[in-house]
Design a protein. Structure first.
Length: 136
């Protein structure tokens, strides 16, 4: 079966997880493709030529990049199913604040781990997620 939605992802990614939660909340079926971030596939490079990062949502062949933008897109396209944000503008602002806060924390964590020395390429990405969960 050909899916109209494809998610280019990397399973431990918190950015990808955010998109997976949004898709699950909406009850959408999609094809999940795990990318090797050390050897990026041609589809990822074609669909996200600017950042070359996951997650990328491909909807009817068209790419949407950046997790916050993807979540917003999902909410707008499937607006009749389980709204992702509260209807009250103040509550919506609060929800957006915490989403932004978590994104910034994730980015800082990623950068710090990139700077770590004596870490092999293969272990770098594994350590990133192990350290994150140990710190929680
Ligand atoms: N701001 C982006 C961040 C995405 C991101 O950092 N993705 C990481 C995996 S968690 C990635 O693809 N890294 C590959 C690279 O930096 O080359 C978003 O919210 O989607």
């Amino acid at each position: 079966m050909a899916y109209e939605i494809i998610l280019l992802d990397f399973w431990p990614s918190m950015f990808g997880m955010k998109v997976r939660i949004a898709l699950a909340e909406k009850g959408l079926k999609y094809e999940h493709r795990d990318e090797d971030l050390f050897n990026k596939g041609p589809l990822l490079l074609e669909m996200n030529p600017i950042h070359k990062k996951i997650p990328v949502l491909i909807h009817n062949g068209k790419p949407i990049c950046e997790s916050q933008i993807i979540v917003q897109y999902i909410d707008e396209v499937w607006k009749d199913k389980s709204p992702l944000l509260p209807s009250d503008p103040y509550q919506r602002a609060q929800a957006r604040f915490w989403a932004d806060y978590i994104d910034k924390k994730k980015s800082i964590m990623g950068r710090n781990l990139e700077r770590m020395e004596n870490v092999t390429k293969e272990n770098k990405i594994k350590n990133r997620y192990v350290l994150f969960y140990e710190k929680k």
